[in-house]
Design a protein around this ligand. Structure first.
Ligand SMILES: O=C(O)CCC(=O)C(=O)O
Length: 257
């Protein structure tokens, strides 16, 4: 795995265009990772408050130690705001999108020990509702991640299939999955990405990806996600708002919020 060098733009673009993702080691330094983990602990333990219920999800809403996802992290702390809008992630996004990168979401992803659920196979573009679908998601490991704790997996080249039909799941934070996953799996090779802290994966919004649950009795699986849209991509605002409202309603009905 290589380190990120903006001077390697042609090579980065060739890999991303061929595989639908690109991976870098050491994208974020240790000090910043430690600071980010500290801020996440502040959120988990309620020292950073004011996060609306539909922006923070727990595997068990009665147990804050099962914190699973936080949406729009850049709104809750300046460190995350800087990482999203001023750091290297945005520079990488500009390269991959070949456009101005519009920062849309920054997420915390955790799989708590044993209760951390699998990430269903999905394409982010299905949720984004963009025309054209030009967006990138980055996934950054905050700690060692392996097969046991549920590393990210890609169907390599699956971005070329375009956005596929999805169906409802019962997984909090990942409400949709590709309907014909078995069919796609037969057509595109699967690649698993065990990751060291600071490893960054960047995938095209059309690339099918998924992850196992956390089988470990003691280890968490913490990561950050960055979502950037290309300036030229247009969002269907009405469809997006209707989808978010429906999702929040479904979660409330299930008592998950
Ligand atoms: O953390 C995970 O398991 C999946 C994250 C994801 O789906 C994404 O970054 O788009």
């Amino acid at each position: 795995m290589k380190t990120f060098d903006p001077g390697n733009e042609p090579e980065i673009l060739a890999t991303y265009g061929r595989d639908g993702y690109v991976a870098f080691e050491g994208f974020l330094d240790r000090e910043t990772i430690a600071a980010a983990l500290g801020k996440i602990a502040d959120i988990r333990e309620g020292r950073i408050g004011g996060i609306p219920d539909d922006r923070i999800y727990f595997e068990d809403p009665a147990d804050r130690s099962t914190l699973k996802q936080v949406q729009e992290l850049f709104k809750w702390d300046k460190l995350f705001e800087r990482l999203m809008f001023e750091g290297r992630a945005r520079r990488l996004a500009e390269i991959l999108l070949q456009d101005e990168a519009v920062g849309r979401n920054m997420q915390y992803f955790n799989k708590p020990p044993l209760v951390g659920q699998p990430t269903p196979p999905h394409q982010d573009g299905y949720y984004f509702m963009l025309k054209p679908c030009v967006a990138v998601t980055m996934w950054l490991a905050l700690e060692p991640v392996d097969e046991e704790t549920g590393c990210v997996r890609y169907l390599e080249g699956s971005h070329k299939a375009g956005i596929q039909p999805h169906e409802r799941t019962q997984t909090i934070g990942f409400s949709q999955q590709v309907s014909d996953f078995d069919g796609l799996r037969g057509s595109y090779p699967e690649r698993a990405f065990p990751a060291a802290p600071g490893t960054l994966l960047a995938h095209d919004a059309r690339t099918v990806h998924f992850a196992g649950g956390n089988q470990s009795h003691s280890r968490t699986r913490q990561a950050l996600g960055f979502i950037y849209y290309a300036k030229r991509a247009r969002e269907d605002q009405a469809a997006h708002a209707a989808y978010q409202a429906k999702l929040a309603e479904d979660l409330r009905e299930r008592g998950a919020l």
